[in-house]
Design a protein around this ligand. Structure first.
Ligand code: GLU
Length: 410
C-alpha cells in the first residue's frame, strides 16, 4: 500500500466516524495544486544533471500552505501528496493558522557537493517562487534538508520579491531563524511522550525507550527524554544500532555520533539490529526516521506499550489494526511530531513582527500548544472510544471542514 493510500485510509476511518458527506470528503482530499518541475544543474565536473522537484499544496482554508521540503532519493508525487495532506491535519490539530503542503526533490543530497546542492535549491526556487510567499506557501526543513538550504531559499526568493524572511521557516539564527526551531520537533515528541505516560499514571522518569533514527528529530527527542529522566535503552540509525539495558549515555552518544558515522560502534553499549530494536520490550517505541517502517509483521512482534510517531507515516494501516487489537497505544504523527511546525509558526510570527523571542518564551509556548493538543485528542479518543489516530484526524478534519464550509466553495 502506498503512503497516499495509507493517508487516505486513515482519513476515511475518521470521515466515517464523523459521517462526513461525499462532497466534503472530495473537497478535503483533493489537493489545491500539484507542481512538478524538472530541475537541471551543472555538476562540479561540468556534466548536466536533472532532478524532479515537487510541491503539493493541499489545503489553505485555515491559512497559508505550510510544510517541509524533502530531499530524498525515494521522493515521488504520491509520497509528497500524502505528506501534504498530513500537514493539513497536523496544523489543524495544533490549531495554528496554516494549511498543509509538502515538497521535495528526488535526489540523494549526500551525493551532491555543497555547491551543487546550492545550485539545485536556487534553481528549484527559480521555478516555483511564484507559488510561494509568506501569505501563500511557506516551506521548511524536512528529511534531507536543513537551515542552510532554507537560507538559500530565503535569499533566492528575495531576489524576485524583495527581502522576505517570512517565506520560509527553519532558517539559520543569523538569517531571521528562531531560537528553539532546530530542537522543536524532538522537544515536542518528548513532551507528548511525557504526557502519554502521565495519562497512563506513569512517570516519564524511569520509563524505558527505544528510538529508531538519530537525525534531527531522533537526536533531540533522545536528549530531552534523557533530560527528563527516561532511560533510552536503544537507538538505531541507517548504519546500525546500540543498546544498553541500563540506559544509554545520550550526551556521550551525541558526541560520538557527531564524530563518527552514526551510532554504530558506540563503546557505551552493545550492537543491536533494527529489527531487535523495533520489537524490544520497552515502555515507549519511537520511530523517528522513514515512513512505513512499522509493518504488520513488526506490529505482531512489538513488545512496546506505547508508540510515539516522531516520523511522518511510520505505521501502515495493517500494522495499526494489529496495534489496536493488541492494545498497544499509538500516538499519531500529526500530533506527536507537530512541535516542528509549531515553532515554524513562531518563527513566521517573529518575521512578520520583526521581533525576536527568547528561548524560554518559545519553549513555554510550544509546551502549552503540545499539551493542549494532546488533551484535546486524548479526550476525543476517550469520549468516542476510538484510537488516538482517528481522534486526531477527527479534530483536524473537523477544524478544516468547518473553515471550508464557512469559506464557501466559490
Ligand atoms: N517537516 C516538518 C513536518 O513534517 C516541519 C514542517 C514545517 O515546519 O513547516 O512537520
Amino acid at each position: 500500500m502506498s503512503s497516499l493510500e495509507s493517508a487516505q485510509r486513515y482519513f476515511n476511518l475518521a470521515a466515517d466516524q464523523m459521517g462526513l458527506s461525499a462532497n466534503m470528503r472530495k473537497l478535503l482530499l483533493t489537493p489545491e495544486r500539484e507542481v512538478k518541475v524538472q530541475v537541471a544543474i551543472e555538476r562540479d565536473n561540468g556534466e548536466v544533471a536533472t532532478f524532479i522537484g515537487y510541491r503539493v499544496q493541499h489545503d489553505n482554508h485555515r491559512g497559508a500552505f505550510k510544510g517541509g521540503l524533502r530531499y530524498h532519493h525515494e521522493v515521488d508525487a504520491d509520497e509528497v501528496q500524502a505528506l501534504a495532506t498530513l500537514m493539513t491535519w497536523k496544523t489543524a490539530v495544533v490549531d495554528i493558522p496554516f494549511g498543509g503542503a509538502k515538497g521535495g526533490i528526488q535526489v540523494n543530497p549526500k551525493e551532491l557537493s555543497a555547491g551543487e546542492l546550492e545550485r539545485l535549491t536556487r534553481k528549484f526556487i527559480d521555478q516555483i517562487h511564484e507559488i510561494l510567499g509568506p501569505d501563500k506557501d511557506i516551506p521548511a526543513p524536512d528529511m534531507g534538508t536543513d537551515a542552510q538550504i532554507m537560507a538559500w531559499i530565503y535569499r533566492q526568493y528575495s531576489k524576485y520579491h524583495g527581502d522576505c524572511p517570512g517565506v520560509v521557516t527553519g532558517k539559520p539564527l543569523e538569517l531571521h531563524g528562531s531560537v528553539g526551531r532546530e530542537e522543536a520537533t524532538g522537544r515536542g515528541v518528548s513532551i507528548i511522550a511525557a504526557e502519554t505516560m502521565r495519562r497512563l499514571n506513569r512517570d516519564i522518569k524511569g520509563a524505558t525507550v527505544a528510538l529508531q533514527g538519530f537525525g534531527n528529530v531522533g537526536s533531540f527527542a533522545a536528549k530531552f527524554l534523557y533530560d527528563a529522566g527516561a532511560k533510552v535503552l536503544g537507538i538505531s540509525d541507517a548504519f546500525g544500532g546500540v543498546w544498553n539495558k541500563d540506559g544509554l549515555d545520550i550526551p556521550g552518544l551525541l558526541a560520538y555520533a557527531n564524530k563518527n558515522r552514526g551510532v554504530q560502534g558506540f563503546p557505551g553499549g552493545d550492537s543491536v539490529t533494527n529489527h531487535e530494536l523495533m520489537t524490544s520490550k520497552v515502555d515507549i517505541l519511537i520511530p523517528a526516521a522513514l515512513g512505513g517502517v512499522l509493518t504488520k509483521e513488526i506490529a505482531e512482534l512489538a513488545q512496546a506499550k506505547v508508540i510515539v510517531e516522531a516520523a511522518n507515516g511510520p505505521t501502515t494501516p495493517d500494522a495499526d489494526e494489529v496495534f489496536e487489537r493488541r492494545e498497544i497505544l499509538v500516538v499519531p504523527d500529526i500530533l506527536a511530531n507537530a512541535g516542528g511546525v509549531t515553532v515554524s509558526y513562531f518563527e513566521w510570527v517573529q518575521n512578520c513582527q520583526h521581533f525576536q523571542w527568547e528561548l524560554d518564551r518559545v519553549r513555554n509556548e510550544l509546551h502549552k500548544i503540545m499539551v493542549a493538543s494532546f488533551d484535546k485528542v486524548w479526550t476525543t479518543a476517550e469520549q468516542k472510544k476510538i484510537p488516538m489516530r482517528t481522534a486526531a484526524y477527527i479534530v483536524g478534519i473537523g477544524r478544516v471542514g468547518r473553515a471550508t464550509q464557512l469559506s464557501g466553495i466559490s
